[in-house]
Ligand binder design. Structure first.
Ligand code: CU
Length: 165
């Protein structure tokens, strides 16, 4: 039996979130889904307004089977999932989290797109989102709001260009 403290913490968070929802789901099959998901490197660059913001994170799957991110929800506003192909972003229904792999959201690539936020997120705050998967239980993640110029890696900020928003 291998111990994975980080995953255990994520599982606890997920369980709390589910408990908060009134426990409508009692399907015990889900424990055997085969995907083992955790989330890291989550952040939101402080947006210039409440009308549009981007969010980034990395989903790691240490399990033996792939899963798919099927939707993202937030009480803060509307969230869609975008990918960037050849410099153009487009909304996607789902993104794969490969077995023993990662689904990476980063500036210039995949990103969460927030629209119609109830208020403009400010640096130092955080925005909670719930990630929904094809097989695994939902994960609740807080995106800390960073400086508008914050980037964990180099690259252009991508989001205010001629991308059709
Ligand atoms: Cu976008």
């Amino acid at each position: 039996m291998r111990r994975r403290p980080a995953l255990a913490a994520v599982a606890v968070i997920g369980a709390l979130a589910l408990a908060g929802c009134g426990g409508s789901d009692s399907g015990s099959d889900s424990a055997g889904s085969g995907a083992e998901l955790s989330v890291g490197t989550a952040y939101m660059p402080q947006p210039v307004s409440a009308s549009m913001a981007a969010g980034f994170l990395t989903i790691t799957n240490e399990g033996d089977s792939a899963d798919e991110l099927t939707s993202v929800t937030s009480e803060a506003g509307e969230v869609t999932v975008h990918e960037t192909v050849g410099g153009t972003m487009k909304e996607v229904d789902r993104l794969e989290v490969p077995a023993h792999g990662q689904l990476v959201f980063k500036s210039g690539g995949n990103h969460l797109m927030f629209e119609k936020l109830k208020q403009q997120p400010k640096q130092g705050q955080s925005v909670a989102v719930e990630l929904h998967f094809a097989h695994s239980d939902p994960l609740t993640v807080k995106l800390p709001v960073k400086a508008a110029t914050y980037q964990p890696t180099t690259g252009h900020s991508g989001h205010s260009e001629d991308s059709g928003h």
